[in-house]
Design a protein around this ligand. Structure first.
Ligand code: NAD
Length: 486
């Protein structure tokens, strides 16, 4: 297949970069795209275009009902080109087509519809004020767009995470400059075509491609014309961005890494728990920030759960994305595989691998890809690096526990705090333990069930702030409080 050319998008037009880099397929190591990397000048042009769009012109003057209608047209535009988006996402990530259809592209459509609905109905905070001295006033908070928003996103759920930020930012009337991951540039570029087709005014949606340090990521976050940065990615990148925005005290919203725990009590419905755990560990080849990497199991059912997880790992089928039998994709790159294999080696040295632990031999051109075996480990201490550090691969450590008090303490003993899952048939225990999780989301007897209106984010190293529903609308707007004496 001839590699596609993926260009940036600035002020309503596709643009060349200052250099070109190759995007490599994780399926077979072939070149899938030649990507135009934005230099400092191209990033500057994108930020300036965004500034013009929010300061004056058709985007700045558009009424809320028209903006809502436009967001709905964008959702329809993605639906009309649904299979193009699936193909682009699959080419970049290697994930099974079914997953791209059911998760990534469907959620992109839902993100635009959700924030169109919210923008249509959002109200004002208003207070009727009466002072002890008898003065009376009407106070109301009038919300306006923040301005130019930099949107920096990772490679694991590229379109889903990008639209999770772009949809509310546009719903609030901002202009965005998007920096997709260097590993997954394609769907952001395709979205530009949909935006233009839906009638989004020039400059409201811009895309710059490239890497982080000394590339488009850094040029964007250090640009003085950026009014807010919303970022999803690694915690260490979050700290680098915080340093970059410090001089301008630019507001940030961060969705970062995790080291998520699942807790299985002996009273759980074990069949359901094992199926749910396996999904939470292996979905998207473990490359979801919400994936479980630590599984605490009450001692009396430990062996049953370990065996169930090992069987599920063994039953996963890696293969070509368009093969309907495939339910496990590759990792995103060989480089990422090196990192994950380092954890596998450390786990093998200090614990016991009950499933996987290596690289599968799939034969033919697939052996040029970034395939890896789904893996289950037991026998590790809580202090082991495979139990403490985010791996971001299809692997979990299974650890036994005896009491509720003990497992709550151990599950919370992490610098991250993104997600947790509790498996129990005891209703009161489910609520009690979920509420005690130091995590942004705690599921009971499920995983990845999401309501886009709820707050999403994490404690500690897992992020700053919350997005979702009104939380997003608050981040992407600045209120002016108006006080009128009556
Ligand atoms: P990453 O931090 O390496 O890269 C994310 C984005 O930041 C990319 O676009 C990258 O080019 C850019 N970037 C890197 N360095 C930068 C810098 N110095 N300045 C500006 N931009 C920079 O993350 P990744 O490897 O692409 O993604 C995996 C990570 O993302 C995992 O840690 C995962 O947990 C996290 N993640 C979190 C969530 C969440 O919602 N909390 C969701 C998905 C992924």
């Amino acid at each position: 297949m001839h590699p596609r050319s993926v260009r940036g998008f600035v002020d309503g037009a596709f643009v060349e970069g200052s250099a070109v880099f190759e995007k490599i397929s994780p399926v077979d190591g072939g070149v899938v795209a030649q990507v135009h990397e934005a230099g400092r000048e191209e990033v500057d042009a994108a930020v300036r275009a965004a500034r013009r769009a929010v300061d004056d012109g058709p985007w700045a003057r558009m009424s809320t009902p028209d903006r809502v209608a436009l967001l709905r047209r964008i959702a329809e535009g993605i639906e009309e080109r649904f299979e193009d988006f699936v193909a682009a996402e699959v080419a970049d990530t290697g994930k099974p087509e079914r997953l791209a259809r059911e998760l990534d592209v469907s959620r992109a459509v839902a993100n635009f519809r959700q924030f169109a609905d919210m923008a249509a109905t959002v109200g004002l905070d208003a207070f009727h004020t009466e002072t002890p001295t008898g003065r009376r006033a009407l106070n109301y908070a009038f919300r306006k767009p923040v301005g130019v928003v930099a949107v920096i996103v990772p490679w694991n759920l590229p379109l889903l995470l990008l639209t999770w930020k772009v949809a509310p930012a546009l719903a609030c009337g901002n202009a965005v400059v998007v920096k997709p991951s260097e590993e997954t540039p394609s769907t952001a570029a395709l979205l530009a075509e949909v935006m233009a087709g839906a009638g989004l005014p020039n400059g409201a949606y811009n895309v710059v491609h490239g890497f982080g340090p000394e590339s488009a990521g850094e040029f964007l976050t250090t640009h003085p014309g950026v009014d807010a940065v919303t970022f999803t990615g690694e915690s260490s990148t979050g700290s680098a961005i915080m340093r970059a925005v410090a001089p301008g005290v630019t507001p940030v919203s961060f969705e970062l890494g995790g080291k998520n725990a699942a807790i299985v009590f002996e009273d759980a419905d074990l069949d359901r728990a094992v199926a749910g755990l396996a999904e939470s560990v292996f979905a998207n080849t473990g490359q979801v920030c919400l994936c479980t990497e630590r599984v605490y199991v009450q001692r009396s059912v430990f062996d049953t759960v370990v065996q169930g997880l090992a069987e599920r790992a063994g039953a996963l089928r890696p293969g070509r994305p368009d093969d309907p039998a495939t339910n496990l994709g590759p990792l995103i790159s060989r480089k990422h595989r090196e990192k994950v294999l380092g954890f596998y080696a450390a786990a093998r040295a200090d614990g016991r691998l009950v499933a996987g632990g290596g690289v599968p031999e799939l034969g033919g051109d697939l052996d040029g890809g970034a395939w890896i075996e789904p893996t289950v480990v037991t026998g590790l201490d809580d202090g082991h690096r495979a139990v403490r550090e985010e791996i971001f691969g299809p692997v979990c450590a299974v650890l036994p526990f005896d009491t509720e008090e003990e497992v709550v303490r151990r599950a919370n003993d992490t610098r991250y705090g993104l997600a947790a899952a509790v498996w129990t048939e005891d209703l009161r225990r489910g609520h009690r333990v979920a509420q005690r999780m130091r995590a942004g989301i705690a599921w009971v007897n499920c995983w990845y069930l999401r309501d886009l209106r709820s707050p999403f984010g994490g404690f500690g190293l897992s992020g700053i702030g919350r997005e979702g529903g009104t939380h997003s609308l608050h981040f992407y707007t600045e209120p002016t409080n108006v006080c009128v004496e009556l």
